[in-house]
Design a protein around this ligand. Sequence first.
Ligand code: HMG
Ligand code: MG
Length: 315
Amino acid sequence: MDSAAHTRQRVSVYEVGPRDGLQNEAKTLPAADKVRLIHALMDAGITRIEATSFVHPKWIPQVADAAEVMAQVDRRPGVVFSALVPNLKGLERAVAAGVDEACVFLSVTEGHSKKNINKSVAEAVSTAIETAAAARKAGMRVRAYLSCVWGCPYQGVVTTNEVVAVAKQLLEIDMYQLALGDTIGVGVPSQTVEILQALYPYYPREKLGLHFHDTRGTALANALTGIQQGVTSIDSSIGGLGGCPYAPGAAGNLATEDLVYMLQGMGLETGVDLEKLVEAGELAQSLIGKKLTGKYLQAALGTREKRAAKIRAQS
Ligand code: HMG
Ligand code: MG
């Protein structure tokens, strides 16, 4: 990509902190705090927010308050709220709660599919097709997630052929985006190139989104590689909120501030205010009660603290 192309290109940031981030934190926030965080994200100019998830609350207790969160958030023009919907029951709840965009989700691998949603991959494909069709009928936009694209916690290596085989089965879904998930954060850039190149004959680059967990520190490198390959939609989580259920203590999703800092520095348009994003990250950190892993956030807070200490010393 040449520098002229950089200045023209816009990258859409899809925020997953309130859902993927918080679902993986040990501390469950009250709905009112989740809503404060969503408002802070909107204040920073984020317009695509995965607000919650209508999965079974017994499976993921952190999102048991999904309807409450949706009832309390301000609706602002231009902001789209999405939520995970695993099946028709979840969709029914999401529609009642006023969600704009339904995210169906499934895995490439049998092991993860069974453990995550209690279904084989074939069953998950038909459930996703059925749920997505019902969501379209209800007037919602549809996004589909494919998990374990770069590797699986049960199977280990996942081949690009396996990814393509499942992705092809989703072609009949009337979705605006297929989000590819590095669920356990094992991917490296060369693999990202290989996967995207193999999918492009079926999914044009405008139809793909990338969702990286930063478990092993490769999320930003993978996101950059995706952008260089023409992808224009990247998922991230404020402050790097979250973790990996398969690697206790590991980092969460790619941090939104790290992504936005890099994109802005490269002259790519995001529509996001980085300073206000830091405020949202600071809020996330104080609500969750521990230092988050986002690097830009920690650098910004550290710089601010140093300045404050200097002023204190002078007065
Ligand atoms: P199941 O137990 O197989 O469900 O769970 P079932 O269809 O057999 O139904 C059992 C009971 O659950 C029934 O109630 C249903 O009505 C009820 P009963 O008749 O016994 O009273 N039920 C529900 N209740 C509320 N909401 C629902 C719902 N569905 C059924 N939606 C199910 C299957 C899919 C529901 C369950 O396994 C589940 O909720 N799993 C969610 C797991 C999850 O949320 N994982 C994390 C999200 S995926 C992810 O994070 C990856 C991603 O970030 C991308 C990446 O990183 O790769 C997206
Ligand atoms: Mg995820």
